[in-house]
Ligand binder design. Structure first.
Ligand code: SF4
Length: 313
């Protein structure tokens, strides 16, 4: 995926975003995208589908042809994964809901932000394919994404904007199927055993409910962002969409897109807590220690630490 030059070291976030939005307006004049005229009012999950959803999810994820790949990964650590899955099953809910944000394994969005500042963090930023515009140059049912800021469609695309604003430790992906995201998370855990895998992904409410126990089984933490628009709220619609049959468009509401961008902004910027409050004691260049367990919050060594450069003067 192309890395946008607008979000770079020489511009502030606000300048970069204003430049992006200006470009989006010009692109929309040249090639307006098909958008939903109104947001349909649809329940997140129909009552019939909500019944025994945990069992339906389990069957769907493991007993479909692509489930074999997930089973292969699970069998590498069968006891660990089974134990975690069972613990999760006994919880009433596998997530905490804050508006359109579904929190998995974290108590708040602020906590997630702190985890993201950890040097060891790898953040999967994923988007459901049904959120792609109809005019997407890579096609809708595909994991491809150009994220080209000079392309008229990408410039108007919510996905394109978030990818453009994200930084290196964020791994942007488009999710064609729920199995694909499961495989990707397993693969990342194997490829980066010393990293903390986090996620920020968009999906329908039903998928977010189905995915919860598996995220706990994997031991990954993160945020699922609820999509609006023409979502899948029945098992049948979900199954068809997993085969690429999805004529409707899903969207992230303006308010939720703003929340995502604000979060990406905080993740990409140095956290306030990284600024040492003992700076007055040590006006020369600081040497800092990093406490990994405390999510990379930096602390200067105590005033008379031998590592404090002031003491060496
Ligand atoms: S940025 Fe949007 S329009 Fe461009 S390729 Fe990616 S999904 Fe498609």
């Amino acid at each position: 995926m192309t890395k946008l030059k607008i979000w770079n070291a020489t511009t502030s976030w606000e300048e970069a975003e204003a430049a992006w939005d200006k470009g989006a307006v010009i692109a929309a004049q040249k090639k307006p995208l098909k958008r939903l005229k109104t947001l349909p009012f649809m329940p997140g999950i129909t009552p019939e589908t909500a019944r025994h959803l945990k069992w339906k999810s389990f069957k769907y994820l493991l007993f479909r042809p692509r489930g074999k790949i997930l089973i292969k990964y699970i069998l590498k650590h069968p006891f660990k994964y089974t134990f975690r899955y069972l613990i999760s099953l006994f919880r009433k809910k596998s997530f905490i809901r804050e508006g359109d944000f579904f929190l998995y394994g974290i108590p708040s969005v602020n906590f997630f932000e702190k985890l993201c500042h950890n040097k060891k963090a790898k953040i999967v930023v994923g988007f459901s394919y049904c959120q792609k515009p109809f005019e997407c140059p890579e096609g809708r049912f595909s994991k491809g994404c150009l994220a080209d800021p000079n392309h008229e469609v990408c410039r108007q695309c919510d996905i394109g904007k978030i990818i453009a604003a994200s930084e290196e430790k964020m791994i942007p992906i488009v999710i064609p199927t729920v199995h694909a995201i499961g495989e990707m998370l397993f693969e990342l855990k194997e490829r980066f055993p010393n990293k903390k895998i986090l996620f920020l992904i968009t999906a329908c409410e039903m998928t977010l409910n189905m995915f919860g126990n598996f995220s706990h089984m994997l031991g990954v933490k993160g945020i699922g962002v609820r999509l609006d628009g023409r979502i899948c709220n029945t098992m049948r619609a979900f199954e068809l969409s997993e085969e690429g049959i999805k004529p409707g468009l899903t969207v992230v509401t303006d308010e939720t897109q703003r929340r995502i961008l604000d979060l990406v902004k905080k993740i990409t910027m140095k956290p306030q807590s990284n600024v040492c409050d003992r700076k007055a004691c040590c006006p020369t260049e600081h040497q800092t220690d990093e406490d990994e367990e405390q999510n990379s919050i930096r602390h200067c060594k105590p005033l008379f630490s031998p590592r404090c450069k002031k003491n060496k003067l």
